[in-house]
Design a binder for this molecule. Structure first.
Ligand code: 2AM
Length: 511
């Protein structure tokens, strides 16, 4: 009995020593560069992408059978390893541990964080690559900072293909994490030009997810602008599908060179099994997942006139009222007998220019929102780097974004893209065409919410004097809200407009 106790004490001593050893020396088990949790298609493709670039990835999933399926199928023959549990996964990671979450946004992210925290050590890194709301990312970043863990929220764009062969990555959060993840992130990201990665550090807290959200909003705008051009081609110029496809193919060789223009040409060419075009058979009722709406809500929240994305979201809402529109079309009339009689080739070029000018406005508005968010949250954002992150890999990828990057290279503090010489000249060159297209479209009763709001924004932005003087007078008239005089801004005045109201302004009493 006594002998047994001595032996067991020795065993315990040896065990403790080996644990101490294991903590201080790199364990032979700790072979993985990064772990990825969440084996849906985005997660799987990111793992395979990291593996292609020489990183050893440890895969884990809530439903563990999916780890086995993945290792036996898609990841067969790779260096990818699997984990049976979170403890197992953590033990297989080099330090500081890097753990990338690719799970459903919301509670699933918090649940995994809660389970990971007790298993991690100070300096370990948790990255959320899902579609999280930026405020959640800020909250997680702050709470993990208190536990000495580094949290990163990264926008990931480019869909399944992007994840597999080069996404646009927009990481933000605790900046101390960046040196430890930069190599992996920039290796797997899309490359443009002479190999510049579409990934850089975005900024603090939820900045990465905020930038991803604005990216999605801009995507809504770009898509709607193309739809309006298509509508004008189809209903004003009466072009057939092949003509329209050819036009988009041509446009793709101009300033509009982009993924969305390219796929639009392909969609227009596409024929069904019965040999007829598929596009006109698709129900004209658009869906949305909500990220465009979030951008519009943020714009309203921070008082930034991101009108084009707002209109793009509403255009989808209007389209989804299909049954109601079918009813309305029977009783509500538009302009009668207005036929286009101008030069078709010229008008087609005018539409292209209207699209280009409107697109400039949309991006100018998107970057205004980023600037405002930076002020609101005290983030320092690198706008040129953001343009480069969107230049490749994602849905809005385009040559145009390279021009935006150049504008911020010229002036990193550029207040508005419209104040950059390149873009102000571009808008100037397009302006007559743009006005012509909007006028003709209105005359012919074509809805163009984004073309028109872009032009209104441009005209508003370039006006030194807007009619808001009258607005201020009205507010003061009915609500004693006060106004400033042009000659003395900062001093608030109230006028007794009717002679029988009080002299007290609304700021002086609570009505
Ligand atoms: P599952 O395979 O176990 O469902 C995309 O849905 C990914 O998010 C999947 O890997 C899925 O895991 C994971 N996921 C979804 N909801 C989750 C939750 N509540 N907790 C943990 N993982 C979740």
């Amino acid at each position: 009995m006594r002998k047994f106790s001595r032996d067991s004490a020795a065993v315990v001593r040896t065990l403790i020593q080996s644990v101490i050893l294991r903590r201080n020396q790199p364990s032979t088990m700790a072979q993985a560069d990064i772990a990825l949790i969440g084996l849906a298609v985005m997660g799987q493709n990111l793992i395979l992408n990291m593996n292609d670039h020489g990183f050893v990835v440890c895969a884990f999933n809530r439903t563990v059978s999916k780890v086995h399926d993945f290792l036996n199928n898609e990841a067969k023959g790779t260096k990818v390893i699997g984990a049976e549990s979170l403890e197992d996964m953590v033990s297989k990671l080099k330090k500081p541990r890097r753990i990338l979450l690719l799970v459903k946004a919301g509670q699933a992210v918090d649940d995994f964080i809660d389970k990971l925290v007790p298993l991690l050590e100070p300096g370990d890194i948790i990255i959320d690559g899902g579609n999280s709301e930026y405020r959640d990312t800020t909250r997680r970043c702050k709470s993990l900072k208190e536990k000495n863990l580094l949290f990163v929220g990264s926008g990931v764009s480019g869909g399944e293909d992007g994840a597999r062969y080069g996404p646009s990555l927009m990481p933000g959060g605790h900046k101390d994490a960046w040196p430890h993840i930069k190599d992996i992130f920039q290796s797997i990201a899309a490359k443009v030009g002479t190999g510049e990665p579409c990934c850089d550090w975005v900024g603090d807290e939820g900045a990465g997810h905020f930038v991803k959200m604005v990216h999605n909003g801009i995507e809504y705008g770009d898509m709607q602008l193309i739809c309006e051009a298509y509508h004008l081609m189809k209903d004003v110029l009466c072009m057939d599908h092949d003509e329209m496809a050819q036009a988009f193919d041509q446009w793709n060789k101009t300033e509009l060179d982009s993924f969305l223009i390219e796929i639009t040409a392909n969609i227009l060419k596409f024929k069904d099994a019965d040999g007829t075009h598929l596009l006109p058979k698709i129900r004209d009722s658009a869906g949305q997942k909500g990220t465009g709406k979030w951008t519009a809500i943020s714009a309203l929240e921070y008082g930034t006139p991101v009108t084009l994305i707002g209109e793009a979201v509403f255009a989808r809402c209007l389209s989804s009222l299909k049954d109601e529109r079918v009813q309305a079309s029977k009783s509500l009339t538009g302009p009668q007998g207005v036929k286009f009689t101008g030069n078709k080739a010229q008008f087609l070029e005018d539409i292209r220019k209207a699209l280009y000018a409107s697109k400039i406005i949309s991006y100018a508005q998107g970057f205004m929102l980023l600037r405002q968010a930076a002020v609101e949250f005290g983030w320092s954002l690198n706008y040129g780097a953001i343009a480069l992150m969107w230049r490749g890999g994602c849905i809005i990828r385009s040559v145009f974004l390279g021009k935006i990057k150049e504008a911020f290279d010229r002036n990193s503090e550029l207040q508005s893209l419209l104040l950059d010489n390149f873009f102000s000249k571009a808008v100037q060159d397009c302006q007559d065409s743009w006005r012509g297209v909007v006028s003709t479209g209105v005359q012919q009763g074509i809805p163009m919410p984004c073309f028109t709001t872009a032009l209104s924004f441009y005209d508003g932005y370039r006006h030194e004097m807007l009619p808001a003087n009258l607005l201020q007078a009205q507010r003061d008239y009915f609500g004693a809200h006060t106004y400033e005089l042009l000659s003395n801004p900062g001093k608030f005045n109230h006028t007794n407009w009717t002679g029988h109201g009080g002299k007290v302004s609304s700021s002086s009493y609570n009505a």
